[in-house]
Structure formats: structure tokens, C-alpha cells
Design a protein around this ligand. Structure first.
Ligand code: HSE
Length: 407
């Protein structure tokens, strides 16, 4: 069986490397005499590359070659990835992708084409890099109702926060270090603004609750507002700040889904997930809590997940895997402002005693060298809208609001 790889960047070149290196064992596991890469589509030239002779620039060569049964999409972005992937599926080829932007925005359309054409559209590598999570949710945990899923879904931001917590670095310096280490993109907006984590929680929530969750309906806040003061207060509270993507079932036709920095208590497995690692907690009604942990990015970890999907496709030619989700209705994702919240709040006010008396039941937090007008506390409210309303009535400037998690 022949495979084509579209996009020879970090992940694509890793996929070709793994398929070449382990070709014999992979072919055997796939039940094929030979599972081999026939084409690599990329507009760039790679002179001297060991795969010379396989590079092509014309997508139609892949589309029109009946020998190619599985196509790997590792180009990233929506265009032309969506066009190419839908054409491949329509032509009866299975597709494997690591492209979370594509799955989060167009997953339902592509799954529907795959279903109609009895081919597979698999995307294990789109969430958590090399960490097995898509298949465990859809297969191993299939007996469970998933009450909640939450995780550290972006390695770059976890690295930055770890440096701010452990080495007391300021955000800008930690970001620069992430860039120098090659973790963050040159334009790191998708990482630090939470956009990458948002795409991933959309995919996980779609899978857990059976209806497509679109990124534009998910409240998304990155880590750019996190200061060393917040880090210190989290420590005095007994935890750390993590960028969390989470989704919870509220009723049969309503879920919550959001991405934002959160206080996570020491002792939680998410709190001890440091550096570029990812961790995803799944809360099922039969299994209880289960946590998937590992390298959420990188060439070979991500290639490991892509190639496993290729093997699965090869084993299921002309046998569609029952896998996917359906369309969702408007307002399927609840407004985060309508959800109950317990949150850390930091504000500045000239009259701390007056603010405290207006706030009622709060747990005041302290830190060394706090400014005289600084007040930090943890407060619970029936909804975040109600909390905002309470805070707006104070004679104070709200510096940050960070929810406290219970996982
Ligand atoms: N930029 C992503 C991260 C890459 O840092 O996690 C993997 O999706």
C-alpha cells in the first residue's frame, strides 16, 4: 500500500522518517506486504534529502494515483489543507492529519465526507502531540459518560508559566527563552493567546459530547496578563497558574467549554505538569479521573501518533471506523459568564477595609512586599457575571481575575 505525505515540515518529515525507519514492522502491523511513502508534496525544494525522487509540487498527482490509499496532511492551516483533504476523501482515500486548526474548524464536514465515502479521517496527533488521547476517548473510555475534560494543551505556554513560577522570570523574558529554545513560533500569538489550546479543547469536546464545537464559540484567554504578583499569590494560596482548556457536560444539549489561566492546587497532576509537557484529565462516570501525560509537541512524538493512524487506516481499508460526531445547534456552548465560579481576584483600592466589607465572604491572600493598595482574595459567586457585577460596584481597579479549578 502506498502513502502520500502533504507538507514536509517538522511533523511531515518526522512521519516520513518513522515510516522509512520502521517500514518492516509497520507494514507487518498494518497487515500489508509493504506500506511505503510514494509521494511527498511540498512547494519547497529539498536538495540532497534522502527522499529525493519522491518530492512533487502538484497535488493532482496524489489525487489521481489509485495506488495511494492513505494521505497524510501535515501542512497546517486551513487553506489549501481543507481543499486537498476533502478532495482526497471524496476520491476514496483515507486521510490522517495532525492539523488541529483544520479539525477544529472543519472536522464535521470532513468526517461526513469520510462516512459517505467509507474511508477514514483520523487525527490522533491533532491534540497532545504524541500522547494517545483521541483513540482512548473514542475507544477505551467508550463505556463512560464523560462528565468533564480538562488539560494543559499547549506546551509553549506551559514552558513560559513554568519559568515564571520556578525561576521567577517575567512573562516577556520567559517568552523570549521559549522562542530561543525553538518552542514558540516566531509569531507566538496562537500559543500565548490560547488559540492553539482552544482548537484542541474544541476537538476533545466534540469527541466527548458528540457535537461539533466551533472555536469562535469558546471563551479564550491567553497568558499575556499573568504577572509575577499573580504567580506569588497562587503560591501563597497553595498552587500554581496553568493555562487550562476545559469542557463539561451541563445537560444533553448544553456544555461549557473555555480556555483560560487557572489556579490549580499543588497535588493535582495538572499542577505538577511542567515545562513543555501536556496533561489531559478525563473525568468519566465509570472510570473516575484518568490523566494522559507526555510530550504534546515535537517532530517524532507527533509523528508517532500520525503513523499509528496510518497503520489504522491501512488495517481498515474499505471498513469505516465508527468514529466522529454530529452537527451542533446554536448556543450549544454556554456563555462562561453564566457559569458558577470560584476565582482569585487582585485589585487595587485606596480603601481596602471598605472593599472587604462590600465583598462579604472572601479568603484574603497575602504575599511579601505587597503594595499598600493591593488586595487579593478568593471569592465564590453563582455566576461570573454576578462576580463582575459585584467587583464593578467597588471603588477599585480590578487587575486580574483567575478561576480556581477543582481538579
Ligand atoms: N505550539 C504547540 C504547543 C505545538 O506549543 O503545544 C503543538 O500543538
Amino acid at each position: 500500500m502506498k502513502v502520500a505525505v502533504m507538507g514536509y515540515g517538522v511533523v511531515g518529515s518526522g512521519v516520513v522518517e518513522v515510516l522509512n525507519k520502521n517500514q518492516e514492522s509497520i507494514s507487518k502491523r498494518a497487515g500489508q506486504e509493504e506500506l511505503a511513502v510514494k509521494y511527498i508534496l511540498d512547494l519547497r525544494d529539498f536538495p540532497g534529502d534522502v527522499n529525493e525522487g519522491k518530492f512533487i509540487k502538484d497535488f493532482n498527482i496524489i489525487l489521481n494515483d489509485d495506488e495511494v490509499k492513505v494521505v497524510v496532511e501535515t501542512m497546517g492551516g486551513l487553506n489549501p489543507a481543507f481543499d486537498f483533504v476533502s478532495k482526497c476523501l471524496n476520491a476514496g482515500k483515507s486521510v490522517v492529519t495532525s492539523n488541529k486548526e483544520l479539525v477544529a474548524a472543519k472536522g464535521i464536514e470532513l468526517l461526513n465526507i469520510a462516512k459517505e465515502k467509507s474511508v477514514n479521517f483520523l487525527f490522533e496527533a491533532s491534540v497532545g502531540g504524541g500522547i494517545p488521547i483521541i483513540r482512548p476517548i473514542s475507544q477505551c473510555l467508550a463505556a463512560n459518560e464523560i462528565d468533564e475534560i480538562a488539560g494543559i494543551l499547549n506546551g509553549t505556554t506551559n514552558f513560559i508559566l513554568t519559568k515564571m513560577i520556578e525561576d521567577k522570570m517575567e512573562f516577556a523574558d520567559a517568552l523570549k527563552l521559549a522562542q530561543d529554545n525553538g518552542y514558540a513560533e516566531k509569531d507566538p500569538t496562537a500559543d500565548i493567546e490560547g488559540i492553539d489550546a482552544c482548537r484542541k479543547i474544541c476537538i476533545l469536546a466534540s469527541l466527548c459530547y458528540g457535537k461539533h464545537v466551533y472555536p469562535d464559540g469558546v471563551f479564550t484567554q491567553g497568558i499575556t496578563k499573568i504577572s509575577s504578583e499573580d504567580v506569588e499569590y497562587a503560591k501563597s494560596w497553595g498552587g500554581v497558574i496553568k493555562l487550562i482548556g476545559a469542557s463539561k457536560k451541563l445537560s444533553d444539549d448544553k456544555i461549557s467549554a473555555w480556555v483560560r489561566p487557572c489556579f490549580v492546587a499543588n497535588g493535582s497532576q495538572l499542577a505538577s505538569t511542567t515545562d513543555v509537557f501536556n496533561a489531559i484529565l478525563v473525568r468519566g462516570d465509570a472510570i473516575g479521573d484518568v490523566v494522559f501525560y507526555g510530550r504534546g509537541a515535537g517532530k517524532l512524538p507527533t509523528a508517532s501518533a500520525v503513523v499509528a493512524d496510518v497503520i489504522d487506516c491501512a488495517k481498515h481499508v474499505e471498513r469505516k471506523k465508527l468514529f466522529g460526531w454530529g452537527e451542533s445547534k446554536e448556543n450549544y456552548v454556554a456563555d462562561y459568564l453564566d457559569l458558577p465560579v470560584t476565582a482569585y481576584v487582585r485589585l487595587s483600592t485606596s480603601d481596602k477595609e471598605k472593599a472587604k466589607s462590600q465583598l462579604g465572604d472572601i479568603k484574603v491572600l497575602t504575599r511579601d512586599n505587597a503594595k499598600s493598595d493591593e488586595l487579593a482574595f478568593v471569592i465564590s459567586a453563582k455566576t461570573e457575571r454576578e462576580l463582575n457585577d459585584t467587583l464593578s460596584k467597588l471603588d477599585a481597579e480590578v487587575k486580574n481575575i483567575i478561576p480556581v479549578t477543582d481538579f
